[in-house]
Design a protein around this ligand. Structure first.
Ligand code: AGP
Length: 364
């Protein structure tokens, strides 16, 4: 990993391309096949303390918050601990009830985001247990937390987060597996997730090889006035992140909604000039998502599906390789980073330095 552009025209492109190696790095040396779990040396949370955790609350801003939403779902699914994520910027202003049995986790690429750091400091002052899921080693949030997991994405230069988002989601999968195996996750499920994690770098590479096709789709979408991103449960945080990515780098307005919420209002926006990107893995919610596509088609909306198989109701489908369902969000986010990148490129945007934004927001 270096600051050299290595033949890429932008850092964003370089950082998207680096993801197979970056994910390999977050996994390296951590898998413990003997006990079907992972070793997370810096966690400072022994098995007894981990068993005492009644809730998990993840705090972060922007893309880190979205990775936290994915992490919360993984922790609920694999460790069966109630978990949620909240923007750190909201949490710190709402005089939240700080519960001694809750494990708080602050997540940040830079480790210097002021809102996240302020939330950590307030939690620590109140005696809470706070871990960090952080990229920059030795950063303020890494120092102020009781322990944590480094995401090892390497230096991320582009203002728009890509590889760190992906690696943070994988770091949360490791943490969820670790907590799960201390609690009720079976050896068989532990092995299943480990095998899934090992497949990720190669599968990310497969998605990246679809770049030319994604670039063509992006060139068509660049004409859009606005875009909708929808997904259910595991697909929803992916929709939120993809919508943020597109907005930041292309300046096209975008909205992210749970697919199930469309009929409660946002369906009014659907028309030919407002295409929808639907994140729809082949899981127990596929039929529900297909019904959503029909609702959109009935309003003449164009649809791009991100799915495990061609979706006949969609105008186009980006097919993503299958992994274990809990890890779907990691892979489904990757083509949407390329989509945002190529949309911005088609519009001639300043990709590495989008207007009005800074890489890390270290002030109030
Ligand atoms: C991501 O593309 C953003 N530029 C932004 O939302 C970022 O994730 C947020 O500011 C948090 O930064 P951090 O991860 O360094 O704390």
């Amino acid at each position: 990993e270096s600051y050299d552009m290595g033949g890429h025209d932008t850092y964003m492109h370089k950082e998207i391309a680096e993801q197979p190696e970056a994910v390999d790095r977050v996994l390296r040396g951590r898998i413990d096949d003997r006990f079907a779990t992972v070793r997370l040396g810096g966690l400072n949370l022994d098995a007894r303390a981990a068993r005492g955790v009644r809730r998990v609350k993840i705090l972060g801003c922007g893309s880190a918050y979205h990775a936290g939403l994915i992490g919360a779902q993984m922790i609920e699914e694999l460790a069966r601990i109630p978990a949620d994520a909240e923007p750190a910027s909201e949490f710190r202003y709402r005089n939240a009830v700080v519960d001694p049995d809750t494990l708080y986790i602050a997540t940040s690429q830079s480790g210097e985001t002021y809102d996240t750091l302020a939330a950590v400091q307030e939690l620590k002052r109140k005696g809470a247990m706070v871990l960090g899921v952080v990229n920059v080693v030795g950063s303020a949030i890494a120092r102020e937390t009781d322990g944590g997991v480094y995401v090892h994405a390497g230096p991320e230069v582009c203002v728009v987060s890509t590889k760190c988002f992906t690696n943070t989601a994988v770091a949360f999968a490791l943490l969820a597996l670790h907590l799960g195996r201390i609690r009720d996750l079976s050896v068989a499920d532990g092995k299943r997730i480990i095998e899934g994690l090992r497949r990720l770098p190669e599968q990310i590479g497969e998605i990246l090889r679809e770049e030319d096709r994604i670039a063509k789709l992006a060139a068509e979408l660049a004409e859009s006035r606005s875009m909708m991103f929808v997904g259910r449960v595991r697909g929803f945080p992916v929709a939120k992140e993809a919508s943020l990515k597109l907005k930041e780098v292309s300046y096209i307005h975008a909205e992210a909604y749970p697919a199930s919420e469309l009929k409660h209002g946002p369906l009014a926006l659907v028309e030919p000039a407002v295409p929808t990107v639907a994140i729809m893995p082949t899981d127990e919610l596929l039929e529900k998502n297909r019904a959503t596509l029909e609702e959109i088609k009935a309003r003449s909306g164009r649809i791009l599906a991100v799915a495990h198989e061609e979706q006949p109701k969609a105008d186009s489908t980006i097919v993503v390789p299958r992994n274990e369902p809990e890890l779907d969000p990691v892979l489904m986010g990757i083509p949407l980073q390329l989509l945002a990148y190529h949309t911005a490129l088609a519009l001639g945007r300043d990709i590495d330095k989008p207007r009005n934004l800074a890489k890390s927001v270290t002030v109030e």
